[in-house]
Design a protein around this ligand. Sequence first.
Ligand code: GUN
Ligand code: ZN
Length: 434
Amino acid sequence: MPLTRKAYRAAILHSLADPAEVGIEASYEYFEDGLLVIENGRISALGHAGDLLPRLPADIDITHYQDALITPGLIDTHIHLPQTGMVGAYGEQLLDWLNTYTFPCESQFADKAHAEEVADVFIKELLRNGTTTALVFGSVHPQSVNAFFEAAEKLDLRMIAGKVMMDRNAPDYLTDTAESSYQQSKALIERWHGKGRLHYAVTPRFAPTSTPEQLALAGQLLGEYPDLYMQTHISENKQEIEWVKALFPERDGYLDVYDHYKLLGERSVFAHGVHLCDEECARLAETGSAVAFCPTSNLFLGSGLFNLPMAEKHKLNVGLGTDVGGGTSFSLLQTLNEAYKVMQLQGARLSPFKSLYLATLGGARALRLEDRIGTLQPGTDADFIVLDYNATPLLSYRLKQANNIAETLFVLMTLGDDRTVLQTYAAGNRVHQR
Ligand code: GUN
Ligand code: ZN
């Protein structure tokens, strides 16, 4: 195969570590005039343009961006594909919101053509927002996941998804059974898990909508295949937590339900965790599990404020999630804007470099993919984005007053959204152009 080598010159920024562990200065690498070299879908070099250019062939194809910042592609650790059509649904908190809006919307995915149409809209929206990897909930219908993976495979995206398992406390038109959910998940795993850059996630919706038999089979699946993911919801809403206690009186709280059914582990991602206690954070950390912090959703559904400092204290892996359609934006930049305010309301700060970490390397670590995505280290997948400093008149004007990369980054996260993403690259291919 002929070598395809390309280079991209711009300001370049990526995370190296969690600022909570190494301090802010050691947590990132910034090249004011940087060069990113891509060979066959992977990053082959990163450095100062002045250092790298003399070592490259004179005829190499270089794209030079002025007034732009290259960062790794963003990573969304919690989002629902079949809720694309109901973002911004008025008035309810979690349990009523599910019954009033979510379940009827998800029921439309019984129709394969509908699933294909929405998968297309959903993937375009991810890429328009600079999200190159997402951990995705399908609906209860296997075709929702087939449609998503078929579309993701065409673009060679690194994506993780699973069919919802849900066999009680939901309308009949939207439930499976313990046995059918096991068989359908197994068939999807056989077809998709490890194909190209795709991975499968066993997806019990949340404890209230699964029987003990279904949760046991979810745990069994995790034992049957290597490197499977598990995604579910936890401790998002106070009524939800009381309901779980009533449904599982023999268990010692919400997390213990999942623990009992062997659903914790290094590839397990629990969405929300707004009301987790110290012991639960410790147990999640001990098992290598991760939490998806979903600030726009937690605010929109009135769920509460995620305690990031507590998670940091326990060295718990945390990624960022939009949680569309409970969340109100596909943009992880806008999600960081809200995350900052959630910290402010708790008397804490979210530094721009911690924000960058959460949306990139932190998400990659939550998904155990840090050797492939989340940074611009040579050898990793060429998934990166180009952020445009002149995306809007206000952004352009405001960034002219910024004195350093910390300020620039913070303003990008506060004023930025899909308009800020000029281009998105996956495996070295341009998959979005604004
Ligand atoms: N808990 C169970 N299902 C859902 C869902 O679809 N969205 C959110 N935000 N929480 C849930
Ligand atoms: Zn969710």
